[in-house]
Design a protein around this ligand. Structure first.
Ligand code: ADP
Ligand code: ZN
Ligand code: ZN
Length: 738
C-alpha cells in the first residue's frame, strides 16, 4: 500500500518533522532516503523519517526523491534519533551533520572507482634528473600499494607526474576495487597482547566495550590489527577512529601494508571524495575505514568492530553545532549494532576509567613496551626562587647539554605557541589587548607582530608604548618561539625543529621534519601537544616539560587530566631499549598532589586521585553536566537569554513539567544534599567574556543523575526560547567548561 504522506526531517533548527504529499509520478521513497522538498521559500534536502496515511492540512508536494533506497543505513537512523535526544539537537540538523556535505546538497554519488596508484619495486636512480618524479616515486613507494589518486594530490603529486612515471613503467594505475587480504604478521605477541586479542575476539558478534589500556608503544596497534584480521576473515567491516590523519600518514600506510587496502576519511579530503568513500563503505567494497571524528557516521554494510584509538583525545569532541563526542557515539552505535568497541589509550579518560570501575567496560592492560624498551624516569625541577632564562632553568639547560653531548635528541614541550603571551609597558602598565576580544595578544617573532589567539586578528608591533610613548615594552611568559630562540643561542650548531600549529600547517612539511628527526643525531625538538600524538621518536632521551603548573593549577576542572595526558604522551615518545628516556618537569609547585601522584604512581595513580576529587566535587564523570552558552553583540541580551533558560529549568511548564514531576515529584533545585536533582551555576560571563565583539555568557547545569539533566534540557527545548540577536547552544558533556 502506498502511503500518501511523507514525513521529512529538514535541516533547520526545528524540533519537528514536516509532512509532504507524494506526487503520483515519484517513486515511493524508503525511510532514510533523501528527498528535495520546499520549505518556506527555499528548497532543501531532507531525510524521510516515516509515513502517515492522511493529513488534516493541505500539503506541499515532494519535489524529487533522490535515492531509490534508504540512503542512510538503518543503524544510522536509530543513531540519529539517539543523537537528537541525547544532545538535545534538532533531528533535521542531526541528519545534516551526519551526511557528507555533498550528500547534504543532494549530490548523487558516482559509482565509478577512482584510480589508485602503485609504485614498482626498486629505487628511483634513473630519475636522478627528474627530482619531482623521483620524489613522487619514492613517496608512493612509502605509501604502499593502491594509493588513491586524491590522496597523492593532497601530497602535491599531480596527474602529470604520475602519467610520466607510468610511461616509464615505474608506476601502475588501476581502477579496480580494493583487494583486501590479510598479510601474516612477523611479530609474535607477548602474553598481555595475546590475552587482549583473545578477549576482544571472543566478543565479536556481541555487545562489549573494551578498554585497551597500554602504555605508549606497548603494541596496541598490533592488537587492533590481529582483531581486525579476524573480522576480515569473517567477512565483516571495521571502523577505526583516530584523532588526526594528516599528522600520522604512517599509521594508514601500516594498515594498507597489512591488509592490502584501507579507506581514509578526514577533513582534508574534498566533498566528492568523502562522499565516494562513504558509498564504498556502504556497499561493503571497503572493509576498513580509518577516519577522524565524523567518520563515526559512515554507513557500513556489515560493521563488526569499532576501534577508537587514543580515546582520551579531545579532538573526538565536536565543539560547534551538534556537540557530539565521537568516542561516546561510537560506543552507542556499537551498542545499537550489537558489536564490540575497543577504546585504546595510554592515558584513558576519567570517563572511560569510571566505566571500567562500574563494570561496564572490560579493561585489558599492556604494561610493558613492546620490544623491551623501558619506561622513562621522571624528575621534578623545583624552580621556586630560581632565575629562569626565557623560561628555562640552569638545571634544565645542563640536562639538555648532557643529552646533546651524548649524541641524543631532546624534546622540549611547551603547550603555548608564539613568542610570549603577554606584552606590556613597564612604565605605565599598558597591555597589548585585542580590540575585538577580552584577551591579551600574543607576541609572535619573525615577522614580529601581535596575534590574537581567539579571533586570529593580527596587529602591527608598536615599537614604543601606544599610551605613554616610552620605549619600555616588555614581554612576559614563554611560548615555543621564545624557547626556540633561546635554545638556538645556547646550543649553536645543533639542529632545532620547532613543531607547533604555526609550523605544522602542511602535513608534508611535518612529515619531512619527522623524517629528518628520525635520522637520529643530536637535535632539539621544541613543540606543543602536536608532538604528543602518535609518533615514535626513538632517538629522544630527554623530555623537558617547561611549564606544568598552568595545567595543574587551572580553574578548569579538566585541565589537570589534560595536562597529565599530555605529559605522559609526550614522555612516551622518548627512549628505546638501549637508551631509556628521562622526563624533567619544571614546577613552582612541586608538591602539587596531582603532579606528585603522576610522578610517583604513574598515570593510573594520578587518575585515581583525580577520580576521588571529581567524585567529592560531584563533577563528571560522577555527575551529568551540560553547558548552555549564549552570545550576542549586546551583553544584556545574552544574560537575559540565560536567565530565561534558568527560569524554565527551575519552573518547567506544561509537558515538560509532567516529565520532571514523574521522576521525583519535587522540583529539583530546591532540594539540597545528596538527593538534589540538579544544580544551576550562572549565568556568568565566559572566561574570555568577549570574542569577535560578541559577549559570551554561560549557564552550567549539573545533575546527580543523567535523567534529571535530560528532563531539564527537554523542558528547555520545549520552551523554544527566543531572545532577539542571541545565539545560544546546548553542550551536553562539555569538555570546555571554562
Ligand atoms: P602502540 O600502538 O601501543 O603505540 P605499536 O603497535 O605501534 O604500539 O607497537 C610499537 C612498536 O613495537 C611497533 O614497531 C610494533 O611493530 C612493535 N611491536 C608490537 N608488538 C610487538 C611484539 N609483541 N614484539 C615485538 N615488537 C612488537
Ligand atoms: Zn607605557
Ligand atoms: Zn581577538
Amino acid at each position: 500500500m502506498t502511503l500518501p504522506v511523507v514525513q521529512v526531517a529538514v535541516p533547520r533548527p526545528l524540533r519537528r518533522v514536516f509532512d509532504y504529499s507524494l506526487p503520483a509520478h515519484l517513486p515511493q521513497p524508503s525511510v532514510g532516503a533523501r528527498v528535495r522538498v520546499p520549505l518556506g521559500r527555499a528548497e532543501v534536502v531532507g531525510i524521510v523519517t516515516g509515513f502517515r496515511e492522511t493529513s488534516a492540512h493541505r500539503l506541499k508536494p515532494v519535489i524529487n526523491v533522490l535515492d531509490d533506497d534508504g540512503f542512510l543505513v538503518p543503524d544510522l537512523i536509530t543513531l540519529a534519533q539517539w543523537l537528537s535526544d541525547y544532545y538535545h539537537h534538532p533531528l533535521g540538523e542531526v541528519y545534516a551533520t551526519l551526511l557528507p556535505t555533498a550528500a547534504r546538497r543532494g549530490a548523487v554519488p558516482e559509482p565509478r572507482w577512482p584510480l589508485s596508484w602503485t609504485a614498482a619495486p626498486g629505487d628511483g636512480a634513473r630519475l636522478a634528473r627528474a627530482p619531482r618524479q623521483r620524489e613522487a616515486f619514492e613517496t608512493l613507494q612509502g605509501l604502499g600499494v593502491g594509493v588513491p589518486e586524491q590522496e597523492l594530490r593532497a601530497l602535491g603529486i599531480d596527474r602529470r607526474t604520475l602519467a610520466a612515471l607510468r610511461d616509464k613503467g615505474l608506476v601502475s594505475a588501476a581502477e579496480t576495487k580494493p583487494a583486501y587480504r590479510v598479510e601474516p604478521s612477523p611479530i609474535s605477541l607477548n602474553e598481555e597482547q595475546q590475552s587482549a586479542v583473545h578477549a576482544i575476539r571472543a566478543s565479536i558478534g556481541k555487545r562489549a566495550t573494551h578498554l585497551l589500556d597500554g602504555v605508549t608503544s606497548s603494541g596496541k596497534t598490533e592488537v587492533y590489527m590481529r582483531v581486525i584480521a579476524e573480522v576480515l576473515d569473517q567477512g565483516g567491516q571495521v571502523l577505526v577512529l583516530v584523532p588526526e590523519i594528516g599528522l600520522t600518514p604512517q599509521t594508514l600506510a601500516r594498515f594498507r601494508r597489512r591488509f592490502g587496502a584501507a579507506a581514509a576519511l578526514h577533513s582534508a579530503e574534498s566533498d566528492s571524495v568523502r562522499l565516494a568513500t562513504w558509498m564504498q563503505c556502504r556497499s561493503g567494497d571497503h572493509r576498513i575505514l580509518i577516519g577522524t571524528r565524523s567518520a563515526v557516521f559512515a554507513p557500513f554494510a556489515d560493521l563488526q568492530l569499532i576501534i577508537v584509538d587514543e580515546e582520551h583525545d579531545s579532538s573526538f569532541k565536536q565543539q560547534e553545532g551538534l556537540r557530539y563526542s565521537a568516542r561516546d557515539v561510537a560506543c552507542k552505535r556499537a551498542q545499537i549494532l550489537e558489536i564490540p568497541t575497543v577504546l585504546g589509550s595510554a592515558t584513558p579518560s576519567l570517563e572511560t576509567l569510571a566505566n571500567v570501575a562500574r563494570g561496564r567496560y572490560r579493561r585489558n592492560v599492556l604494561t610493558s613496551r613492546a620490544g623491551g624498551a623501558s619506561m622513562p624516569q621522571y624528575c621534578v625541577i623545583d624552580i621556586r626562587g630560581r632565575r629562569l632564562r626565557d623560561g628555562l632553568s640552569d638545571t634544565l639547560l645542563h640536562a639538555i647539554r648532557r643529552h646533546l653531548d651524548a649524541g641524543s635528541q631532546v624534546l622540549v614541550f611547551i603547550n603555548r605557541r608564539g613568542f610570549a603571551p603577554t606584552c606590556l609597558c613597564s612604565a605605565c602598565g599598558w597591555q597589548a589587548r585585542c580590540a575585538d576580544c577580552d584577551a591579551r595578544l600574543t607576541l609572535h617573532a619573525s615577522p614580529r607582530a601581535l596575534h590574537c589567539h581567539h579571533c586570529d586578528r593580527r596587529y602591527r608591533y608598536p615599537d614604543t608604548c601606544p599610551d605613554c610613548g616610552a620605549d619600555t615594552l616588555v614581554h612576559l611568559g614563554t611560548g615555543t618561539q621564545r624557547v626556540d630562540a633561546a635554545l638556538r643561542e645556547h646550543f649553536p650548531g645543533v639542529p632545532l625543529y620547532r613543531i607547533d600549529r604555526d609550523t605544522a600547517r602542511g602535513p608534508e612539511r611535518f612529515a619531512a621534519q619527522l623524517d629528518a628527526i628520525r635520522q637520529g643525531g643530536a637535535a632539539i625538538l621544541v613543540g606543543t601537544q602536536i608532538l604528543a600524538k602518535g609518533h615514535h621518536l626513538p632517538a629522544v632521551t630527554l623530555v623537558a616539560v617547561v611549564d606544568a603548573d598552568n595545567g595543574f593549577l587551572s580553574s578548569d576542572f579538566r585541565a589537570p587530566e589534560r595536562t597529565a595526558q599530555n605529559i605522559v604522551q609526550v614522555a612516551g615518545r622518548a627512549g628505546r631499549a638501549e637508551r631509556p628516556g628521562e622526563v624533567w618537569i619544571q614546577s613552582y609547585d612541586p608538591d602539587n598532589p596531582n603532579l606528585k601522584a603522576l610522578i610517583e604512581r604513574g598515570y593510573a595513580g594520578f587518575a585515581a586521585i583525580q577520580a576521588t576529587e571529581r567524585r567529592a566535587a560531584r563533577l563528571p564523570p560522577y555527575a551529568a553536566m551540560a553547558m548552555l552558552r549564549a552570545e550576542s553583540t549586546a551583553a544584556p541580551a545574552a544574560i537575559e537569554m540565560l536567565r530565561q533558560a534558568a527560569d524554565v529549568v527551575r519552573n518547567p511548564r506544561g509537558e515538560s513539567r509532567k516529565s520532571i514531576q514523574t521522576t521525583s515529584g519535587t522540583s529539583a533545585h530546591r532540594g539540597g544534599g545528596h538527593d538534589r536533582e540538579f544544580e544551576l551555576m550562572g549565568p556568568v560571563a565566559a572566561p574570555i567574556a568577549r570574542v569577535r565583539n560578541r559577549f559570551r555568557y554561560q549557564l552550567m547545569i549539573c545533575a546527580g543523575r543523567r535523567r534529571f539533566l535530560h528532563a531539564a534540557l527537554s523542558a528547555l527545548e520545549a520552551a523554544e526560547l527566543i531572545v532577539p540577536n542571541v545565539r545560544w547552544s546546548i553542550d551536553v558533556d562539555p569538555l570546555d567548561t571554562f
